[in-house]
Design a protein around this ligand. Structure first.
Ligand code: NAD
Length: 281
């Protein structure tokens, strides 16, 4: 099935971390295919994250793109570490739009530090957003979906959720944790019409990868490294000869899992990683 065949008319899709990057691509793709959209983003930098996160303007741009497609959107500036904030947003969406049918727990950060020099803030921020934030999202949407007897939940892990790399203690722990959480919650919701699955992206072309902090970490031997220095090294993480993938490749997998027809696929992980998973699982 091509992604062009998928339709989400009458559905409400909630995407966290949707101000930019993969989250925006997911939100706009759902809107293009008929869904109304609920989005949030923290729109603030974090101490343990060495690159800028999204801005208020980024979140407003996602709203603009969804509205330009003629779809309704609820947008709030919320940090997914704030469970009460997420629960209030979901309650608002259920009141104004009638339901939340699809949830994509996408918000996440990357923070790298070797264990010999590991600031507490890196652990707290990475595990806070990538693990607590995903748990909070699942906890906010699940009661309504279970009550209505329908839901499609997609979490966002990573190729680091099934492998490891230097300096990734917090990130790998969080992304392995997302897979365990996804499989476990899929069992909680198996009897009530709600599927819970993960995607595991490789290197994706977003500001999480295209930033100077990552370039410096990947190329400590080069002064002021650029993307051209970084690309061949990142390509080594993939099996196919490509360094970085378009975010829409992940969106296609998210939409496939979010489709009504994917009713009996639950608790699985779809890698979108140019063959990296073939080396680990
Ligand atoms: P990105 O930095 O462009 O987007 C992440 C968005 O999430 C940003 O808008 C950021 O402000 C927001 N965010 C972060 N923490 C938040 C929080 N606690 N509450 C609310 N919003 C928050 O990066 P991306 O590549 O689009 O990342 C999306 C997801 O994909 C993340 O979970 C990331 O770990 C995962 N991922 C990315 C890659 C990659 O190569 N880019 C690879 C594997 C997995």
């Amino acid at each position: 099935m091509s992604s062009e065949d998928l339709r989400f008319d009458g559905k409400v899709a909630f995407v966290t971390g949707a101000a930019r990057g993969q989250g925006r691509t997911h939100a706009v793709a759902f809107a293009e295919r008929g869904a109304d959209v609920v989005i949030c983003d923290r729109c603030e930098d974090q101490a343990g994250v060495g690159y800028p996160l999204a801005t208020d303007e980024d979140l407003a741009e996602t709203v603009r793109q969804v509205e330009a497609l003629g779809r309704r959107v609820i947008s709030e500036k919320i940090d997914t570490r704030d469970r009460a904030g997420l629960e209030a947003l979901v309650a608002r969406a259920e009141k104004e739009f009638g339901s939340v049918d699809i949830a994509v727990a996408n918000a996440g950060v990357s923070g790298m530090a070797p264990i010999t020099d590991a600031p507490q803030a890196v652990w707290d921020d990475v595990v806070g957003s990538n693990l607590h934030g995903v748990f909070n999202t699942l906890a906010a949407v699940s009661p309504g979906m279970a009550k209505r007897g329908y839901g499609r939940i997609v979490t966002v892990s990573s190729m680091m959720g099934r492998s490891s790399s230097p300096g990734q203690a917090a990130y790998a722990a969080s992304k392995w944790g997302v897979i365990g959480m996804t499989k476990s919650v899929s069992q909680d919701l198996a009897a009530v019409g709600v599927t819970v699955n993960a995607v595991a992206p490789g290197n994706i072309d977003t500001p999480m990868v295209k930033n100077q902090r990552l370039y410096d970490v990947v190329c400590p031997d080069i002064e002021n490294p650029t993307w051209d220095d970084v690309a061949p090294r990142l390509q080594q993480l993939h099996a196919q000869p490509i360094a970085i993938l378009d975010p829409f490749e992940v969106t296609r997998a998210v939409m496939f899992l979010a489709d009504e027809g994917s009713a009996h696929m639950t608790g699985i992980v779809i890698p979108v990683d140019a063959g990296a998973a073939a080396r680990t699982s």
